[in-house]
Design a protein around this ligand. Sequence first.
Ligand code: C2O
Length: 491
Amino acid sequence: MSRKVMSRRRFLGVSGMFVAASTADACWFFRRRRRCRCHPARKYVRQNIASLQPAQLQSLKKGVEVMKSRDDDDPTSWRFQANIHGTFDPPQPLFNQCEHGTIQFLTWHRAYLYFFERILRKASGDPSLTLPYWNWNIQRSLPLAFREPAVPGNPLFDDTRSINDGSELPENVVVDDLELALEEIEFRSGFTGFSPQFEGSPHGAVHVLVGGNMRSVPTAANDPIFWLHHGNIDRVWDQWLNLNAGRMNPSDPGFLNQEYSFADENGATVTVKVNDIISSAGLGYCYDDVPNPPMFVSGTEAAGKSRVVASSVKGLSELTPPEDAEPISLGFEKHSATVPVLKDGAAALRESLSEPQRAAKVLLDIQGITIQEVPNFTFGVYVNLPKDEMNAKNRRLHYAGSINFFGRGHKKGHPHRRDHVTTFTQTFNVTRVINHLRKSTDWNDGEFSVTLVPVAPIAPKGQEDARKRLSVQSAEKAKISYQRIALRIVR
Ligand code: C2O
C-alpha cells in the first residue's frame, strides 16, 4: 500500500479532476426537472433511493457485489471498508476508526462515505454512480431493494435486521427527534447541540431499530443500508447548516487540523485533514433536495458550569451518582420515576428560565445506564407524562427525546470485544419542555416525573405479537439498568 499525504490544494485538485472526468451530468438531469438546487459545478448528485432509475439501482447492486467478491484484506473490499468503521477482526492500522460521541462524528463519517463512494463507483463500472440516501423521515420502512428478494444472492440484503418484514420506524424517532436536533443552534456544547443530539437520535436510534448488524459499531457497516443511512445523516448536516440563524461548524484549529486515514479507490492509504473534507461543496457533491451550504466554518465548542436542581436519588446534589448507587432495571415496558427537586432547586430553575436572553440551559441526565448488549428497541423519555391517553401533539410537549444505545463505550482505535458491558449517561436538552411545563397549572415545584416508554419498530398487521416477543427477548439479554435521573442548569 502506498501512503499519500494530500495537501489541501492537491486534494481538492484531485477531486476536481474526477468531477471534470465524469461523463454523465446528473445535475443537468435534475435542473431539467427543476430539482437541482446544488451548485452547477457539482456533478455528483446523491439521490433519494426511492427515486433511482432501474439502471441506477443495477449499478449500485453491481458495485456492492464486486466489492463483496474481493478478498477481505483488499482495502477496496466490502469487509475491509466495514472494518474501517469497527470490527471484531484482528486489528490493523485503518480499522476501528469511527468517531462516536465526539465532535468529529459528522466529519469523520463524511470522509468515510466520500472514499467509500469513490470505491463503489469504480467497482460498479458506472462513472455516474453516486451513493443514494435513505430518507427515513418520509420513507419509514426499509427501502424495498434492501429486503427483497430476501435471498443471500441479493447484495443489498442482510438477514440479521429486525425490520426486513417491512416494519416502520416510529414517528417520535424519525420526526420528533429530527426536529429537536435541527432546532439546536450550537454545533456542540458538551453533550448538547446539533451534533450530539442528532448522533443520539435519529442516528443511533435508527441503527438500533434496524437491528442485527446495524445495532452495534463493530458490525454496522457490513449491512449495505448503513451507507444509505449515513448518506441521510450527511444530508441532514447540510440541511442544518442551511437553516442558518447562527448555525455553524466549529472552527478551532485543533478540530480542523485533525487528520484521518482512509483507503482510496485504488487501495492506497490517503490521509486527509478535517479542513479538507468538512464541506460537501469542497468534495464536489450535493444532495438532490439540499443545496450545498456555503463553505464557511466558525463557532467553537463551549461547555458551561452545571448545577444540579433535582435528583431521583433524594437529596443528592453531586453531578454524578455514587458508584454503588442501586441500579434500577428496565424491561420492555413503561417505567416511571419521581424526581424530587432539591432545596433551592425550584428557585434556581425559576430564575434561570426567566433570564431575558436565556443564557441558561436545562438538561436532564439519565445516569449510569448499563447494558450487556445493545437492545433492538429504545426508550422515548417524557417529563410529567399524564397517565391517560393523549394525542400526538399534546404528547410532544412532554417529550425530551430518545435514549441512544448505539456507539456507546466504544473507543476509537481500540479493538472491540463481544462481551463488553457498557455504562453511559444520556443527556437531553429539556429547556423548552421544562419552560412550557412550568407554565402549566399542574406543575409542582417540589417534584416531577420522568417516564421511559419503550420504542420499537411498528410491525405490519398480524406481526405485532412476534415483534413484541423479539423485543422482550432482547430486553432480557440486554439487561438494561440505570442509577439516577437528575436535572441540572448549565450556564
Ligand atoms: Cu459510526 Cu452510524 O455509525
